[in-house]
Design a protein around this ligand. Structure first.
Ligand code: SF4
Ligand code: SF4
Length: 324
């Protein structure tokens, strides 16, 4: 079956998640405003899913859990979402990046608009591209070492229980609400280069993407090319947002593959490309999409069901931490 429907479907899923995350952000803003106003604005329940924006807390909480400290009650959803995203990468490659992550959604809109305007996206020379790509792995190694390896369980627990960490989500909100000129400049610069380059933040700087790419190396799924059906038109290599030369591969094992299905969707010749599990079983696009959404929502459902979702912080504690 043709996979042409996969791009409209993926883009629909991306925008559903983007809308959902904006809604989470708005609800959280209203919750914080209620506390900071001393209760004079309408009360809104704190949306726990907002902890998905705390990947460092997720890494720290997961490391403390693995070291025997249990799942912390301060930001348990951060841990659940972090583990869920790793599980998605293990099963479905870096599809989180191309189907769910709001940063990648905005970045994709930027490079596609650049492509429409200039009829091309720039490509850095290979030596520079490889050097810059290593940055995300260096950042990833730095975070994993300094948080998950170097910190003792006692130090982790002390940080997790600190007032700083308790309101890490509020700090994140304040960061975006009151952007410093420097932060605004950096964001605008990233947005501007995202118009001419494809996904520069994801490709060069995102340590989360680096980690997911390495985990995805163990995934059973790979884009696979049938060389007997392939007519070597090169379209797949051209449309790949991560510049993988799909046309010359038997199967795509690269950690840069974000599972976007663009190569498969654009291949018009005898379905020469397919997503295969263990090199043998063809995975239909719809099955992939349903699995991805089910896994992502299933992770949070398990978190809620097992009592590791809602923060243990009481309203009184929030008033103490944020009240005037
Ligand atoms: S788009 Fe399809 S036919 Fe063209 S090179 Fe890629 S796999 Fe071969
Ligand atoms: S190889 Fe295909 S699925 Fe992987 S990133 Fe490139 S276009 Fe997307």
């Amino acid at each position: 079956m043709s996979a042409r429907y996969m791009q409209p479907l993926r883009i629909a899923v991306q925008f559903c998640f983007l809308g959902f995350m904006l809604w989470l952000g708005l609800r959280f803003y209203q919750f914080v405003a209620h506390i900071r106003s001393g209760g004079s604005t309408a009360f809104v329940t704190r949306p726990d899913g907002v902890e998905g924006f705390l990947p460092i807390s997720g890494l720290l909480g997961t490391a403390s859990w693995l070291k025997g400290g249990g799942i912390n009650g301060i930001h348990p959803a951060a841990v659940v979402i972090f583990i869920t995203i790793l599980a998605v990468a293990l099963l479905l490659r870096r599809s989180f990046c191309s189907w769910i992550c709001p940063v990648a959604t905005i970045s994709e809109c930027a490079w596609k608009s650049g492509y429409r305007a200039f009829r091309r996206n720039l490509r850095l020379p290979r030596w520079l591209d490889v050097a810059l790509r290593s940055l995300k792995y260096l950042l990833m190694a730095f975070f994993i070492y300094s948080i998950a390896i170097a910190m003792s369980l006692e130090a982790m627990n002390a940080f997790i229980q600190s007032d700083y960490h308790k309101v890490a989500d509020v700090r994140m909100l304040d960061f975006f609400l009151h952007l410093s000129p420097l932060a605004l400049g950096v964001l605008l610069f990233l947005l501007a280069i995202s118009i001419v380059l494809r996904n520069p933040f994801c490709r060069y700087l995102c340590p989360y993407g680096g980690l997911l790419g390495l985990i995805a190396l163990a995934s059973p799924l790979r884009v696979t090319r049938n060389s007997e059906r392939c007519v070597s038109c090169g379209v797949c290599s051209q449309v790949c947002p991560t510049y993988i030369d799909v046309m010359h591969k038997k199967s795509v094992a690269s950690p840069e593959c974000i599972g976007c299905w663009r190569c498969i969707s654009h291949c018009r010749f005898n379905q020469a490309l397919s997503m295969r599990a263990a090199g043998r079983f063809t995975i239909q696009g719809a099955v992939f999409a349903v699995l991805l959404v089910a896994l992502f929502w299933g992770g949070s459902a398990i978190g809620k069901w097992s009592g590791h979702w809602h923060t243990s912080l009481s309203l009184q504690e929030y008033y103490r931490l944020l009240g005037k």
